[in-house]
Design a protein around this ligand. Structure first.
Ligand code: AKB
Length: 316
């Protein structure tokens, strides 16, 4: 049985992924880790939870060794808007942190899952039906770290035979843990504000189409990829995975099917708008479908229904 370490496990994806891994493989076989200790009431852990700074190579090696880790889901990273505000820290966490994880994986023979992002693309990338293999010239530090991360993971696989795998995640929507510092965060905030105030001021402008995905699809994608037959994987570290593509007007219209009085206006944030404009409208994910059977389950109206239902229970 594999022993799994999740880094960044108090973050938006890490927290729900850790819970799903505990369910699938048993809580005794999963270790959650994050740079901070659990502190909020809703931060529950079924499994052991340790403090781990991914920029500290010795600390990672000690935990991997002591816990006899065989698989690492490496979720610790800064998101796009935060990374743009602090590019030096973004490089340190997103690149040096990944390098430390890959080195430990090489020495201890661990498999590694690393999320890349739609942020790995840039203005010169085709925006519609963005191909799996295409131009990647991002103009953000986040994008630079994501492209470099994809290449580093490919390198560790080819050069050292480390079993590295990864996905280019779109914006992830969930009602459990809030995202922090991303450009796609509006697609989560809008549901919170729809429940709390029946109105929302959007920081991206109408017509800004971006790939998005509901959390259960994002979790299944990571686990399915890690369980996939390695012989079938051509694009190991950077699979495009698409599920939804919408602009702020379309998500607002979906919410109005349940809250007809919901009102949205705009106060565009130039930094995040600039980032969003450089990202795909929707990606071609046929490689993921062909190589390991990727198939999302949630469309926008189903996501809206679930988000509003769960947030009502949580917030009212
Ligand atoms: C962000 O907005 O930074 C992330 C991402 C798409 O990588 N959600």
């Amino acid at each position: 049985m594999n022993k799994i370490l999740v880094t960044g496990s108090l973050g938006q994806i890490g927290s729900e992924l850790a819970t799903a891994l505990c369910k699938r493989y048993g809580a005794n076989n999963v270790i959650m880790s994050d740079i901070r200790e659990k502190r909020r009431e809703d931060e529950t852990a079924e499994c052991k939870c340790v403090v781990l700074d991914v920029t500290n190579a010795k600390q990672i090696a000690r935990i991997v060794h002591e816990e006899k880790i065989t698989v690492i889901y490496h979720l610790a990273a800064l998101l796009s808007a935060t990374a743009e505000n602090n590019p030096q820290l973004a490089w340190d966490i997103n690149i040096n942190g990944l390098y430390n994880i890959l080195e430990v994986a090489r020495e201890s023979n661990c498999a590694v899952f690393t999320p890349s992002s739609i942020g790995a693309f840039g203005l010169s990338t085709p925006h519609d039906n963005t191909p799996q293999d295409t131009i990647q010239r991002p103009n953000t530090m986040y994008g630079v770290t994501k492209v470099a991360g994809e290449l580093l993971c490919d390198y560790y696989h080819k050069r050292f035979n480390v079993d590295t795998r990864g996905l280019r995640y779109p914006g992830i929507i969930s009602y459990k843990t809030l995202p922090g510092g991303g450009t796609t965060d509006y697609a989560v905030e809008i549901y919170y504000e729809a429940i709390k105030q029946k109105k929302y001021t959007c920081f991206l402008k109408a017509g800004t189409y971006l790939d998005m995905m509901y959390m259960p699809d994002a979790i299944n994608a990571a686990i399915d990829l890690m369980e996939a037959d390695p012989a079938k994987l051509v694009h190991r570290n950077a699979f495009n995975v698409s599920a939804l593509s919408f602009d702020p007007e379309e998500i607002a219209a979906s919410i109005r099917k349940h809250i007809p009085e919901f009102f949205m206006d705009y106060n565009v944030d130039p930094i995040r708008q600039g980032i969003a404009d450089s990202w795909p409208n929707f990606m071609d994910d046929s490689a993921a479908r062909e190589e390991w059977g990727w198939k999302p389950e949630y469309n926008l109206d189903r996501v809206t229904e679930e988000m509003l239902k769960h947030l009502k229970e949580k917030l009212l």
